[in-house]
Design a protein around this ligand. Sequence first.
Ligand SMILES: Nc1ncnc2c1ncn2[C@@H]1O[C@H](COP(=O)(O)OP(=O)(O)O)[C@@H](O)[C@H]1O
Ligand SMILES: [Mg+2]
Length: 246
Amino acid sequence: MVNAPAFGSPDLFVVKAPRSGTAEAFRSLRTSLQFLPAEKTRAFAVTSAAPDEGKSVCAANLAAVLAMTGRRVLLVDADLRQPRQADLFGLGKVQGLSQFLAGACGDEAIQESGVEGLDVLASGAVPPNPAELLERPGLAAALARWTASYDHVIFDTPPLLVVTDPLVVARRTGHVIVVARAAATRDKSLQRAVALLREGGVDILGTVLNDLSAADREYGVYGDGYYQGDADHGPKDPQAPGGPQA
Ligand SMILES: Nc1ncnc2c1ncn2[C@@H]1O[C@H](COP(=O)(O)OP(=O)(O)O)[C@@H](O)[C@H]1O
Ligand SMILES: [Mg+2]
């Protein structure tokens, strides 16, 4: 790879391996999102049913690839339990959302990511009461401010079937992208996650089918009535989960 920046994790495919199929699939996802009305993608959460399905990797790459088109993007690590964004962007131990919501710091905790146009608010120290912190009115007030100065505010979140935090965040943003991992996410789990979001009145922008093939590390996107995967990145794995309405 030529001229790979020094910062960040190899999982930042769109930065570290911009010519990879995975990076191309994120550009394809970006294009799909661009077909949606701008207000739907102004603020959204990225979540999934279970741990280790690729929420954090997907949120980081999507945030970066959106910033690469000249948009101003804020990525907020709202997984206050198992944060990953500071590590993915090589930010070290920094103040973040937990201190922000506790009133211990303000917008100065937002960091430049190293990708032009992309700022990151890390998770910060793991607090004893993540769900309660996220319920505080501070998040709604901050979101109103952030959406006025960024084109996209993207929240990484914990697994939906494990803790309530993602639903709290998604109800604030109103919109969500659901990640499923090919050959790992169970149909029933995905259906339950989608049902929880729908019951919460959250608009599902679409579903990302992550890690379609462990061999070529492809990402794919498939339709939820809003957009669908292209021929190269659609769901080819026979074990892949069905769509949210399945
Ligand atoms: N498409 C992928 N290809 C290869 N590894 C992946 C892919 N997506 C995620 N991973 C790996 O899977 C692990 C979990 O990803 P992560 O985004 O942290 O999951 P989650 O946030 O859902 O818990 C990480 O170690 C990451 O490197
Ligand atoms: Mg995560």
